[in-house]
Design a protein around this ligand. Structure first.
Ligand code: GCV
Length: 837
């Protein structure tokens, strides 16, 4: 028997996994962890209706127990003495006559008891019962057979997802493939992935989803599409996930044929009432609406001189009779009239400026949805001060699981430590403790009952890994866990996720933790430090470096960098006044440069590059050092990951290794371009003389060129030594140079540019020995927003490890252009062990 278990466990490991099951794999436990006694034989689910989450819980328990423990229990719906697991609502338990001592539960809460060889899972409602079933399965899957008996309740009622899916099947800021909800300007006919997604969401206790982009298309309101929405809702309902939609404010005009969309116009009101009634006939439990108004070109009530509250209440009143709610976004700003030359202009002020005086003017089924920081999902922002002003209005925080500004799922960035800087922040409203997660979003601080919570922007797509990257899924998992309880520890959540996703090996758990828990800090280090934002290409794909674009843009995301200094002066005394939007104590802290933490210094203050930080370094030296440190940390990731080889399946091992290796290379791209840019702007040298000095590099333009020509790049800092080479025709080109390094073993890295419009092929040689071949086809592998430029988005590095080199050998790279990709090369680095350059 033991031998059989062993074989199964081993073969289980070898099976390739594509990530589709995410953290719900229910992999069989290793024999030493499996309890052979007391494997549940009968599950009683106290509801036999197939669309009921309790019915789903019964099925899921059966599936999970069978996978984890290797024996398939029966599922029945009648109470019997044989029952070893019973799942149902408090009401169903009571009416079945089962004696339980369940404490009072809140909506969606549950009680789980595994004492006395019986498992009882009691939900306040059906959804809660399903959550309890997932909790029990999560324990089993982690080999945790402890006897427990406890109740748990959500911190907030709203725990939603926002997908930014377009009706043509694309996803705004989508890096995980095309939409699972929409295709060809309609609703997708295949709901399999939709229901699988709902399963994942239910397991992390997400109870609602907006399925279409906030930049909404009124075509969703056609009869055909409403019928399609009903199919989506049917697929998600058994998992307790309610569906909602984003609305386009101008729909009465663009889709309804009216000559206005003024929210106070009676024709407009009755048009929306009619549409809403119709929607509810298709989807009777529609969760509600999400509205982006008067922002980034979207229409809204201000167009007619109406307030944002009047706009929100229009939808609230239409939805109210049906029990629906309106999530109204506070992301309102006027990018047409922001002018960097005006020292006092500041997009960060917009949310409070627009909403402060509207507090209390929203209907009670409106929730103002506030991005976590005042700008837009940057690598670090202070908490939005709007949370302190919405005292009579329901509010929710908007977090972004989608890594729009944080490496687009091609860089490992575990986000909970970033979210925690906001959730754990104390706004000290009126001098009283007002921690955003625990006190404000829970509704406790301002005595809000019912409607508060969380909205997480997610770009799940058709990719088998859902987000395009296995490791990014920890962010989705953690989002649900934190929305339930914002006081949870980021590291503990991650360990649960790793065990469920990759198995119980301690090496795997420790490796994922050791990379993930420093990943946000590393990303911040090699992108934008001290609160300056990410320094990405704000006018382009928001992916690679482009610090110049962070000024003189119309989006109001500025750093005010010049030859002498950097940072936004957001003080009241001399700047934009933003610091004054916080409650008194916090405002005073940020107003004063002495009490502003270094990591938000440039958010609140404009300082010379020579300003000395609390850590004793000047701003510019900190920039240099942080970029080197960040890239060095990223360089450890692929190496660390190698430790899990053989401990997880090869498919996921290889796919993760590919991305971590790419990230290590792109971190160097970031490091060099940011350092080169600020070095050139400030003319202040790096004390350690690293910037611009690359002992181990051979610049392509200095090599012997065949069919390649040297070129400058724009922006200038996007190439080492400011130059690249590009093939001048369609035929194979090459660069070659003698290696003037002491004979030994080196890693050889080649820096090249991978453009969207072609797949150039490359080969690296030492003398005439081929070291490796590759193709510039990131566009079909990585999912980030590709471009056709030789720039910080396309800059890529490939590394060949442990190559024997003799002094005087010749290194050669051959490149064969393809399409618009002229096989561009930047440099070859010949790296002694441990050197990151
Ligand atoms: C959906 C940023 C993003 C946009 C997004 C917008 C928003 O500006 O870049 O893609 O639009 O935020 O949140 O509405």
């Amino acid at each position: 028997m033991r031998g059989l278990w062993f074989l199964t466990a081993l073969s289980g490991l070898a099976v390739a996994e594509d990530g589709l099951n995410a953290w719900l794999r229910y992999a069989q436990l290793p024999p030493n962890l499996t309890r052979h006694d007391g494997i549940p034989s009968t599950i009683v689910a106290l509801n036999a209706t197939e669309t009921s989450p309790v019915y789903t819980a019964g099925q899921e328990l059966q599936k999970g127990i069978s996978g984890i423990l290797g024996q398939t229990p029966n599922v029945t719906h009648e109470v019997s003495d044989a029952a070893s697991v019973v799942v149902g609502t408090v009401a169903a338990f009571n009416s079945s006559g089962i004696a339980t001592e369940v404490p009072a539960l809140e909506e969606d809460g549950f009680w789980l008891s595994t004492k006395d060889d019986k498992v009882e899972i009691v939900g306040q409602n059906e959804r809660g019962a399903l959550y309890g079933a997932f909790e029990y399965l999560s324990m089993l899957a982690q080999g945790n057979f402890t006897e427990v008996a406890y109740a748990t309740n959500p911190s907030a009622a709203i725990r939603w997802i926002n997908q930014w899916d377009n009706m043509d099947g694309s996803i705004e800021r989508g890096y995980g493939g095309s939409s699972i909800f929409f295709a060809r300007n309609g609703i997708s006919s295949n709901v399999t992935r939709i229901s699988e997604y709902a399963r994942l969401l239910a397991s992390i206790r997400v109870n609602g989803i907006i399925v279409n982009n906030v930049n909404a298309n009124a075509a969703l309101l056609s009869d055909t599409n409403m019928a399609g929405l009903a199919k989506i809702a049917d697929a998600m309902r058994p998992w307790g996930v309610r569906v909602g939609i984003s609305l386009n404010f101008a729909s009465p005009q663009s889709a309804g044929g009216l000559n206005t969309f003024d929210p106070l116009d009676s024709k407009v009101i009755s048009w929306w009432n009619g549409i809403t009634d119709k929607l509810y006939t298709h989807v009777p439990d529609l969760a509600g609406f999400l509205v982006k108004a008067n922002s980034e070109g979207q229409p809204g009530p201000i167009t007619y001189g109406r307030t944002l509250a009047e706009g929100a209440n229009l939808f609230a009143r239409a939805a109210k009779p049906h029990g629906g709610i309106v999530m109204f976004r506070a992301f309102v700003y006027d990018n047409q009239h922001l002018n960097e030359r005006n020292w006092k202009d500041d997009r960060a002020n917009a949310a409070v400026d627009y909403f402060r005086d509207l507090d209390g003017k929203f209907d009670d089924n409106v929730v103002v949805q506030v991005k976590y920081g005042p700008i837009d999902f940057q690598v670090r922002e202070p908490a939005s001060p709007l949370f302190a002003h919405l005292q009579k209005t329901a509010s929710a925080i908007e977090l972004q699981i989608t890594q729009e500004y944080l490496g687009q799922q091609c860089h490992l960035v575990y986000l909970p430590p970033l979210w925690k800087t906001i959730l754990d922040f104390d706004l000290k409203v009126d001098g009283q403790k007002s921690v955003i997660g625990e006190d404000v979003l829970s509704g406790r601080r301002f005595n809000k009952t019912g409607l508060t919570g969380y909205a997480g922007v997610v770009n799940v797509g058709q990719h088998p890994t859902w987000l395009g990257s296995h490791l990014s899924m920890s962010n989705l998992y953690a989002y649900g866990r934190l929305a339930w309880d914002p006081n949870l520890d980021s590291a503990a959540i991650l360990d649960d996720w790793t065990r469920l996703t990759f198995g119980l090996s301690e090496t795997v758990v420790n490796t994922v933790a050791s990379m993930s828990l420093v990943s946000w800090e590393a990303y911040e280090n090699y992108t934008g430090n001290l609160g300056v934002q990410t320094l990405t290409d704000i006018t382009g794909p928001h992916y690679g470096p482009n610090p110049q674009s962070m000024d003189n843009n119309a989006w109001g995301q500025w750093t005010r960098a010049d030859a002498y200094g950097i940072g936004m002066d957001r003080t009241v005394k001399n700047g934009t006044g933003f610091a004054g939007q916080y409650p008194e104590e916090v405002a005073a802290q940020f107003e004063d440069i002495e009490t502003t933490p270094d990591d938000l210094l440039l958010w609140f203050h404009h300082v010379p590059y020579t300003h000395v930080l609390k850590n004793g370094k000047t701003v510019i030296q900190h920039f240099y050092d942080a970029h080197y440190a960040g890239a060095e940390t990223a360089a450890t990731f692929p190496k660390q990951w190698e430790a899990v080889k053989g401990l997880i399946d090869d498919q996921r091992y290889d796919e993760v290794l590919f991305r971590l290796t790419y990230q290590a290379g792109h971190a160097i791209v970031w490091r060099d371009s940011i350092n080169t840019f600020y070095n050139s702007l400030s003319k202040i040298a790096d004390e350690q003389k690293r910037v611009g000095n690359h002992t181990w590099r051979i610049e392509a333009e200095s090599m012997t060129l065949r069919n390649y020509r040297s070129a400058t790049v724009n922006p200038f800092e996007m190439a080492s030594n400011l130059h690249v080479v590009q093939a001048s025709g369609g035929s194979t080109a090459s660069v070659s140079a003698p290696l003037n390094f002491t004979s030994g073993t080196y890693d050889i890295a080649v820096a090249y540019y991978d453009l969207a419009g072609g797949s150039a092929s490359y080969e690296l040689f030492v003398n005439d020995k081929s070291i490796g071949k590759w193709v510039g086809d990131n566009e079909s592998k990585l999912g980030y927003t590709t471009t056709n430029g030789v720039n910080g988005h396309s800059a890529t590095r490939i590394t060949f490890k442990r190559i024997e080199v003799k002094e005087g050998d010749t290194v050669r790279v051959e490149g064969k252009p393809s399409g618009s990709e002229s096989a561009p090369l930047d440099y070859v680095a010949v790296l002694p062990p441990g050197v990151v350059d």
